[in-house]
Structure formats: structure tokens, C-alpha cells
Design a protein around this ligand. Structure first.
Ligand code: SF4
Ligand code: SF4
Ligand code: SF4
Length: 409
């Protein structure tokens, strides 16, 4: 039985129990309330507006120990997609509002850093950080939220694995090389400089600026992009680019169970919403383990077979080195998996494990040698950016981690 049907069944059972005990509810409510665990520190009495404000929560059965929980959501080096995925919970987002005080959520509320600083340590019940740690502000906020929170969740591929921002680790010259390129070489910047007779330093961001109102500073960009757990201790991980609604619901269910029904939380370090097997086992496509002699981009294959493994069709799919749980939406849509859920445990090197799986499909065995080393080079040269392809999401967690610069760092 999947977690989802299990969850639905549990919910239906609770609702039936509630209906059966409706007459005795007031007395039971009081008794349960007095024995409930005080999981939400400092929270006030609940003010749920709906009969069942969030799926899985049944008023009166578990008895809320202290009412609303405190939530903080922060985006570090992120594209915004992870925040939008939280809104993808549809009407449940209102239920989140019913069960929680949202103390910080840059995309939706006006919580300020000083408001978080003013809290007692541990006063935030759960903090969720999406995005990678790319600069000094990201790191400061991750440390602050860790200090003020009981539970810290690393949310999304960038937070868990480094994601797209961590591909910047492959630039040997680090931040200076990136800034020189972005502000000096890209056509928009180069034209802006040339057209206005400006110099590079005129357009380069300044770390500090003395305005009449006071000194303004910019966060310091780091040469190496890190995951959240490379900076602070993390309790739970939710992978995905962005995470699926199913994963978010699983986290909410666990939180509701903990806070309002006194249920145990999943073990620390749990990756929420994954299934411990490779994506290939979740994917509907069948494998014929055909030998690859050519590699294609999906748009180059005009008649993609909807049921045959994409690798068998020469399309580089990373499913073999990716953990299941997302439901394989990409391969259902004739697109290869790009690995956003990260590697299956205990694999730590997602890129090289996928590369090995793909290499095993080259016909180079002695009894089936249709290719030699040059042919393999030819095939691989079709992949314009092999590191970017095989480590699209996991560079910070890879053994490579970053390019070595001239100073050997
Ligand atoms: S994981 Fe994906 S959706 Fe989330 S911030 Fe990173 S790039 Fe955006
Ligand atoms: S390699 Fe990709 S297409 Fe093939 S079975 Fe695995 S996930 Fe599906
Ligand atoms: S199929 Fe792969 S890339 Fe697509 S959502 Fe799942 S893990 Fe991410």
C-alpha cells in the first residue's frame, strides 16, 4: 500500500471515529486535551475555522496541545519555483494558514530578519529553507533559522543537493570570473558599457555604497555553492525541482500528527516523499537493454516510442541513478529524467553512477564489440556539457564538488 492510500485510509477512519463519538465529544475533548503532548512551544489556543482544517487532523480526537504552530520559510539561492510549489497545495495552503503563524515567507508575507532575531531559540516550530547557500546572507539566515527552530527542513533540489546554482562551482575562477563574464562579456552588459562609454567598474556591483541615508552593503558571494546541510544541521529533506505536492502533503501529515496527535515524527535525517528504489522501477517504460551507438536530444527523435525506455532509444535518461518517489512525470511526458530527486541510497555520486549505467549500454564487450574507444569518444562528444548534464542537480554533494582554481583551491 502506498503512503498516499495509507494516509487516505487513516483519514477516513478518523472521520468515521469522529462521527461515531460525536455525542460524547465534549467530555472526550477535555480528557484528550489534558493528556496531549506539548509539542508546539508557546502556541496559543487553536482557532480552526473548518471542521477539518487540514487533511488528517480531526478536532477533538488528538486534542491540540497548544494551538497554532510557528512556521518560517526562507528562500536562499533559489528560482522561486520551490515557493510556488508550496502554493500548489491549492486549498490546503489555507489550511496551513489555519494551523500556523507564518512568521517569515518572503514571497508571501512581510516577516523581517529582525523579527526572527527577536524570537526565543526554538520558538519556530518548523523552518523550511529552499535554495542553495550561495552568499553570506543565505548562510546567516540558515544559521539564524536553525537556532530559532525546533525542526529544520531542507526543501527542494537546490537546498538538498546544490541544484542548478551549484553548477557555478565548475567555473575555475569562481565568483570573480563569473562577475567579469556577467557584467563585462554578456552582450547586454558589453553593449551597455560600450554604448555609454562606461568602464567595467561602473557596472560592477559594489560590496558597499555610502548613501546619504547610511552605508548600504551587498551580501558576499561565495566561490563554492553549498547545500543547506553543509552549513547547518538539517532534520528532514524534501527533494525535487520543485518538490511534488505529494511530498509536501507527506510533510504536513507528519507535522499534524506530531503537533496535534502526539505521534512520533519520522527519524531525523528522513528524506520525505521518496521510495527507496531507482526511478526506473517507478517508470512505466520497459527496458530492452538495447546497445547505444548514438545519442540524441529528445527533440531530435521524431517518433519517440511511449512505452520503451528512453535510453533504449538513445535519449540520455538519468532514471537509473535517481531515487523514485516523484511518479516519473518527465518520462511520462517523453522527456528524460534529469535526476532532480537525487541518487538512491546508498549511492552518493549520482553523476558517475548514471554515467556507469549508460556506459554499460555501449557495445564494447569482447563478444559484442561494435565500437572502439574512438567511437565512444564520438558518442560522448555529442553531449555538449557532460558535467552539467550528469550533475545537473547534485554538484554540491558530488565527490567533484567544484573546479580547482589556479591557486589549487
Ligand atoms: S529546486 Fe528547482 S524549483 Fe526549487 S529553487 Fe531550485 S531550481 Fe527552483
Ligand atoms: S532509464 Fe529512464 S526511461 Fe528508462 S526505465 Fe529508467 S527512468 Fe524509465
Ligand atoms: S522524473 Fe526525474 S527529473 Fe523528472 S521529476 Fe522525477 S526525478 Fe525529477
Amino acid at each position: 500500500m502506498s503512503w498516499f492510500s495509507d494516509w487516505k485510509e487513516k483519514r477516513a477512519k478518523k472521520k468515521a471515529e469522529k462521527a461515531a463519538t460525536a455525542a460524547a465529544a465534549p467530555a472526550k475533548k477535555e480528557a484528550a486535551a489534558s493528556s496531549a503532548p506539548a509539542a508546539a512551544k508557546g502556541a496559543k489556543a487553536p482557532e480552526f475555522i473548518a471542521d477539518s482544517p487540514i487533511d488528517g487532523y480531526v478536532p477533538g480526537l488528538g486534542a491540540p496541545p497548544g494551538g497554532k504552530i510557528n512556521i518560517a520559510i526562507y528562500w536562499a539561492a533559489a528560482c522561486g519555483g520551490c515557493d510556488v510549489s508550496l502554493l500548489d497545495t491549492d486549498e490546503k495552503v489555507l489550511n496551513i494558514g489555519d494551523m500556523s503563524n507564518i512568521l517569515m515567507w518572503p514571497i508571501a508575507t512581510d516577516g523581517k530578519e529582525k523579527d526572527i532575531e527577536a524570537l526565543e531559540d526554538g520558538e519556530i516550530t518548523v523552518a523550511m529553507i529552499n535554495g542553495a547557500i550561495r552568499n553570506s546572507e543565505n548562510e546567516h539566515m540558515a544559521r539564524l533559522l536553525r537556532k530559532k527552530s525546533q525542526i529544520l527542513v531542507s526543501y527542494g533540489a537546490c537546498a538538498c543537493l546544490g541544484g542548478t546554482p551549484a553548477l557555478a562551482n565548475l567555473v575555475p575562477g569562481g565568483v570573480n570570473e563569473i562577475k567579469d563574464y556577467v557584467y563585462g562579456v554578456t552582450p547586454t552588459s558589453a553593449n551597455f558599457i560600450a554604448d555609454g562609454g562606461r568602464k567595467l567598474e561602473d557596472v560592477m556591483p559594489r560590496p558597499e555604497y555610502n548613501a546619504p541615508e547610511g552605508t548600504l552593503t551587498l551580501p558576499v558571494l561565495y566561490d563554492t555553492v553549498k547545500t543547506v546541510d553543509q552549513v547547518v544541521d538539517v532534520d528532514y529533506y524534501i527533494p525535487g525541482c520543485p518538490p511534488t505536492q505529494k511530498s509536501i502533503a507527506a510533510l504536513l501529515d507528519a507535522l499534524v500528527g506530531f503537533v496535534y496527535r502526539g505521534e512520533a515524527l519520522p527519524p531525523k535525517g528522513t528524506t520525505v516523499g521518496v521510495i527507496p528504489k531507482s526511478l526506473c522501477e517507478e517508470c512505466h517504460r520497459h527496458k530492452e537493454n538495447r546497445r547505444i551507438t548514438e545519442v540524441f536530444e529528445p527533440h531530435e527523435v521524431l517518433n519517440i516510442d511511449h512505452d520503451l525506455c528512453l535510453l533504449d532509444q538513445g535519449i540520455l535518461c538519468l532514471g537509473a541513478g535517481t531515487i523514485a518517489g516523484c511518479g516519473a512525470p518527465c518520462t511520462k511526458a517523453d522527456q528524460p529524467c534529469r535526476g532532480c530527486y537525487g541518487p538512491p541510497k546508498p549511492v552518493s555520486e549520482q553523476g558517475s553512477s548514471i554515467f556507469t549505467a549508460i556506459a554499460s549500454l555501449f557495445p564494447i564487450e569482447a563478444n559484442d564489440a561494435k565500437m572502439n574507444e574512438d567511437d565512444m569518444d564520438d558518442i560522448m562528444s555529442v553531449i555538449k556539457d557532460p558535467l552539467g548534464y550528469f550533475y545537473a542537480f547534485s554538484m554540491s554533494k558530488s565527490l567533484i564538488k567544484r573546479a580547482v582554481n589556479e591557486g589549487g583551491q
